[in-house]
Design a protein around this ligand. Sequence first.
Ligand SMILES: CC(C)(COP(=O)(O)OP(=O)(O)OC[C@H]1O[C@@H](n2cnc3c(N)ncnc32)[C@H](O)[C@@H]1OP(=O)(O)O)[C@@H](O)C(=O)NCCC(=O)NCCS
Length: 305
Amino acid sequence: MNSPRPATHSDLPQIIDLLDTIFRREKGVEDQSVLTDFPLVFDDDNLANCRVIERDGRIVSHAAVWPRTFRFSGESISVGIIVLVATDSRYRRQGLAAELMRDLQVAMPGLGCQLGLLWTGVPDFYESLGWGAVQTPGWIVREATSSQDRQGQLRVVDYETNRHLDALHHLHRDQPIHSQRTRAESAKLFTLPKCPVLVGEVDGHPVAYLVEGRATNKRGLVEYAGDPGDVWELICHVTAARGPQQLLIFPTHPELAELARAAGWTIAPLVSSKGFGDEMVLLLDQTIAETGIVEQLFCWGLDQA
Ligand SMILES: CC(C)(COP(=O)(O)OP(=O)(O)OC[C@H]1O[C@@H](n2cnc3c(N)ncnc32)[C@H](O)[C@@H]1OP(=O)(O)O)[C@@H](O)C(=O)NCCC(=O)NCCS
């Protein structure tokens, strides 16, 4: 019986095949791969945080943690996002995924993680490992009705790394609640497959952006930054051009909820930062419970698992 071990470079083809089979091909998705959908998870820096179990000479189970730091109005919190937990269907209910999760949970404090965070369709599996469900602050518009494109002040253009990376990196960082990203991380996240980024410019200077997720793992209007009026203009632009979309309204932009209501869109409380699935946390540092941060926690689209 082989125990959990950190992944190595030579494991990657087997890991990606296992995960693409379960999370992509079995769902009828042929044009996405977890390797390019989660470039920072499989980055050299994080590969040891991807854990595997082998049976019969093959990798049959995988789970990973992706440590991120979030800023909450000046405070920092280190969060381990749990990603891509899966077992080959022929080896399920043998305790393999639970063994990988226990291995990660022991390792997470040593990686600096104060809190674990995940989204799942199988909450019972994680509950038995100590995780609890949370509700995210914010609102959701399930399918924003198409709107007339308003003649606003912005020139709306597609994201180009050379022209926009620095400005968008700063717009993200200026949010009162945001994930800490290096410039290189921003460069990768703003060019994820099937997640086009629209940029609103004034006099050639980017003042707002909006990510339109068309990927199976990122769907709808999942991330934005800038003045709420400018973000609203981008939302109207994209729904006019491409029809109804799911809109996630995070507590950084409460004004968007008012603008959406005024436009006649139906708004509901946001249950999970993804808009679907159960969002769960694992407290690794008990002092976090007293800060009120867990109740405010939400995770922007491009940092989601
Ligand atoms: C969910 C999944 C990872 C579980 O893997 P596994 O190796 O079979 O899990 P384990 O054998 O370690 O399960 C341990 C316990 O978790 C619970 N559990 C496992 N799978 C479960 C499921 N699908 N639903 C509810 N509870 C489940 C059971 O209590 C199980 O113990 P038991 O077999 O003694 O009853 C696997 O079914 C899978 O790959 N599913 C498809 C991908 C997926 O949905 N991943 C989760 C994404 S967040």
